[in-house]
Design a protein around this ligand. Structure first.
Ligand code: FAD
Ligand code: HEM
Length: 299
């Protein structure tokens, strides 16, 4: 168990309160506060300041239901971002035996907790979303709209584009949540112990990326073309979905770049234990080898 001085820490182990959860929980809390304030300024304060509209009733549900999915998506991207850094470092150093820097090591080992925090936010977002039409405010708004429609003698207010947008983003959101549920279930030790490493890695890595893709598509479909509508830039603040899409896009594009055959092939070799330095030996200049260096792996 190491040095005698470590005994102090070892004896205190049963007294620690979720030590591995500290960073992920802090990260979740920080993102929640940031996005809550951001949405409060955009959706509540701006209409009050500019038009005198009182929208404070939005604070308990509507603002929370924009904040929670934003946190969920950014946290999900943060789960897969360190894997990309790890891959780039391994490609660069040409070995899997080098230690990762401490910050990356800590980040990689916190991915489970980051993922479960993201999952919690996504589940809460789904429950909040299902409750949206149950609210009195939604019913009043619906009745008012119906009254205005009757007064304006509009028979049918059906907008095909709006219908398609909602059908699509809800369906993709449900699929994303389904995949996240699968990931959460396999992270239970009792389930993880019944599957082998390859199965676990397939679910966590491959299906995890699918979940990130679905969640990103859900947000893109929800945003539709509103990113290009200047009226959405209240107080010059871009819509929240624009902000939260940056990191997932970055992660998905980097992963795509790592799938390019030359990078993917080299990474596969490195992960199987191949080392660049071991496979390069010094030889006398020979035919077709002018600098004295020869890659033995190709011989
Ligand atoms: C709801 C939920 C639950 C989660 N539960 C868990 C959990 O229980 N446990 C957990 O660990 N994570 C969990 N996660 C986090 C995440 O799903 C996993 O860490 C996932 O494996 C990350 O995939 P990856 O492809 O980014 O990383 P990895 O598959 O870890 O790969 C990252 C990098 O490490 C290197 N690497 C990969 N394989 C090897 C190898 N064989 N040899 C050397 N280097 C290698 C490569 O450079 C690779 O790019 C969870 C996430 C969510 C959303
Ligand atoms: C059953 C699953 C889901 C349902 C029913 C659902 C439903 C919704 C609804 C109704 C909205 C619009 C909210 C509003 O009008 O204010 C929305 C937006 C959003 N959802 Fe989901 N969702 C689901 C899953 C997910 C998941 C798994 C994620 C990400 C991990 C996610 C991320 C987002 C984001 C980022 C937005 C945009 C918030 C904004 O900027 O306004 N959703 N979703």
């Amino acid at each position: 168990m190491g040095l005698l001085s470590s005994s102090l820490e070892i004896e205190n182990l049963p007294l620690y309160l979720f030590p591995s959860w500290r960073l992920p929980l802090l990260c979740t809390l920080f993102l929640f506060i940031f996005f809550y304030l951001y949405n409060f300024f955009r959706d509540v304060l701006q209409p009050y300041v500019m038009e005198g509209k009182k929208a404070f009733y939005k604070m308990p549900i509507e603002v929370v239901n924009v904040t929670l999915p934003s946190v969920a998506l950014v946290m999900l991207a943060l789960v897969y971002l360190p894997g990309v850094f790890a891959a780039i470092l391994q490609l660069w150093s040409g070995t899997k035996y080098n230690r990762f820097p401490n910050w990356l090591d800590r980040w990689l080992t916190s991915r489970k907790q980051l993922g479960l925090c993201s999952f919690l936010c996504a589940v809460l977002h789904a429950v909040y979303s299902l409750c949206l039409p149950l609210r009195k405010s939604a019913r009043f708004r619906l009745v008012n709209m119906a009254y205005k429609q009757v007064k304006a003698s509009v028979d049918d207010s059906w907008v095909d584009e709006e219908v398609w947008r909602m059908e699509l983003y809800l369906s993709v959101g449900i699929m994303a949540l389904g995949l996240l549920c699968l990931l959460a279930v396999t992270s239970l030790p009792s389930v993880a112990n019944t599957i082998n490493w390859r199965e676990f890695s397939f679910i966590q890595s491959t299906l995890g990326y699918c979940a990130l893709f679905m969640a990103t598509a859900h947000t893109l479909l929800y945003g539709w073309n509103r990113a290009f509508d200047l009226r959405q830039y209240r107080f010059n603040m871009p819509p929240t979905f624009v902000l939260v899409l940056v990191l997932p896009f970055l992660v998905l594009l980097s992963r795509l770049a790592l799938c390019v055959p030359c990078a993917a092939g080299r990474l596969r070799k490195v992960r199987r234990g191949w080392e660049r330095s071991r496979h390069i030996r010094f030889t006398l200049p020979a035919e077709g080898c002018h600098n004295g260096l020869e890659d033995v792996s190709n011989v």
